[in-house]
Design a protein around this ligand. Structure first.
Ligand SMILES: *Cc1c(COP(=O)(O)O)cnc(C)c1O
Length: 388
């Protein structure tokens, strides 16, 4: 048996929706994105949504909206996909990494508080939070918690610290559409949030992303920035500011709208697959299953990530699984240990011990909403024999 790492869940409804767009002359800037945005805002329990061509583009525009300028600081965690930190660099801001909670892999709110406090004091107290190559202590402008693997970060203490120190809160909700924190939707917690729709996410548009916010003026800004810096009332080819081409085309928007109509079903299927894994892996002493915090009132399963415990070794387990047709991936590889970040910022192993420990033992297993129970059986049987 050869098991895919992930698969999108596409039905005739999606195929019909995309085909219908192809029968019209409007392939970009049309009714599909408007409808998709309205549905996305309603689903996320926020007032506004702006479609963009990737989650990464969305995060970039949020850094701009948060007012990040060259040298400004953004507090975030290194246990994430590289796009979250890269979005800070696009605006020439500086990431202030703080370590994560071991149970969930989400940013540790007590470290966010400590960092914010020290950064406000300045001098040596502030410097110890900065990358080694940083020359000056910039202004802390934003906090970017990541809802890792579809589980919301512990937002209330983060929101409180951000309010105290005048920082914007941007949720990297790229892995967490539909998740809930104490009954509140991911995406409705901070100043703005971004969902991503790459084919391995809970729902897909091929490539694409969606920014959500309750700030009216941010919506206007996002619409301008994604469309080459044109303002709504600009004449043709009049550009008010430096913008980008981050538009989401009509085919992708139609696909997204069809997927969003099925989102609760898509999430329920993924939860069922996660449940099958949980049952079958419960008695394996060398594995730790995903931990769900009490504040997580709804998990939006993006990936199923286990921790391989000593004396078993993650890389050996991964290689042996691969040999029997079961793909698996280290997830995440810490951002601060990526070659580019080491070189540019002087990060090294030892800087963020919890993130590094998780990076060393975390293994994402094949996972999607279209996975069949026999496939989960097969993966678990192989995992069991590899660990024996
Ligand atoms: C998927 C993802 C993104 C953005 O991804 P795109 O491929 O640009 O859509 C950002 N952050 C995290 C944590 C992600 O998982």
């Amino acid at each position: 048996m050869q098991i895919p790492m992930s698969s999108p869940d596409i039905t005739e409804a999606e195929i019909a929706a995309v085909s219908a767009v192809l029968r019209t002359p409007v392939l970009s800037i049309g009714p599909q994105i408007v409808a998709f945005e309205e549905a996305a805002a309603a689903y996320a329990h926020v007032r506004h949504a702006a479609g963009v061509n990737s989650g990464t583009s969305g995060l970039h525009l949020c850094m701009h909206a948060a007012g990040v300028q060259p040298g400004d600081l953004v507090i975030t965690s290194p246990f994430s996909f590289i796009a979250s930190a890269n979005s800070i660099l696009y605006e020439r801001g500086l990431p202030v990494f703080v370590d994560v909670d071991r149970a969930t892999g989400n940013i540790d709110p007590s470290l966010v508080a400590e960092a914010a406090h020290d950064l406000a004091r300045g001098g040596a107290a502030a410097r110890r939070w900065l990358p080694r190559t940083a020359e000056t202590v910039g202004t802390p402008r934003a906090v970017m918690p990541i809802h890792a693997f579809g589980q919301p970060a512990d937002m209330d203490p983060i929101l409180a610290v951000a309010a105290d120190y005048g920082m914007a809160v941007i949720e990297d909700a790229c892995e967490a559409i539909g998740a809930e924190y104490k009954g509140r939707r991911a995406g409705a917690l901070g100043d703005a949030a971004v969902f991503a729709f790459y084919p391995n996410k809970q729902m897909t548009t091929g490539e694409g992303g969606m920014i959500v916010t309750n700030h009216d003026e941010w919506l206007t800004l996002f619409r301008s920035l994604r469309n080459q810096g044109r303002d709504v009332f600009d004449a043709w080819l009049n550009h008010t500011r430096l913008g980008y081409n981050y538009r989401l085309d009509e085919l992708s928007a139609a696909l997204g709208l069809a997927q969003l109509r099925r989102i609760d079903d898509l999430l329920a299927r993924r939860a069922q697959v996660a449940g099958w894994y949980n049952e079958r892996l419960a008695d394996l002493a060398l594995l730790e299953r995903p931990a769900i915090a009490p504040e997580t009132t709804r998990m939006s399963w993006f990936v199923y990530v286990v921790r391989v415990l000593a004396p078993a070794e993650r890389d050996t387990v991964m290689a042996r699984l691969g040999a029997v047709g079961v793909p698996s991936r280290p997830y995440f590889t810490p951002i601060h240990l990526q070659p580019f970040y080491r070189e540019r910022f002087g990060f090294r192993r030892g800087d963020f011990p919890v993130t590094e420990a998780l990076g060393d033992c975390s293994l994402a297993l094949p996972f999607s909403g279209v996975m069949r129970e026999e496939q989960v059986d097969y993966v678990c049987a192989q995992l069991r024999s590899v660990l024996a």
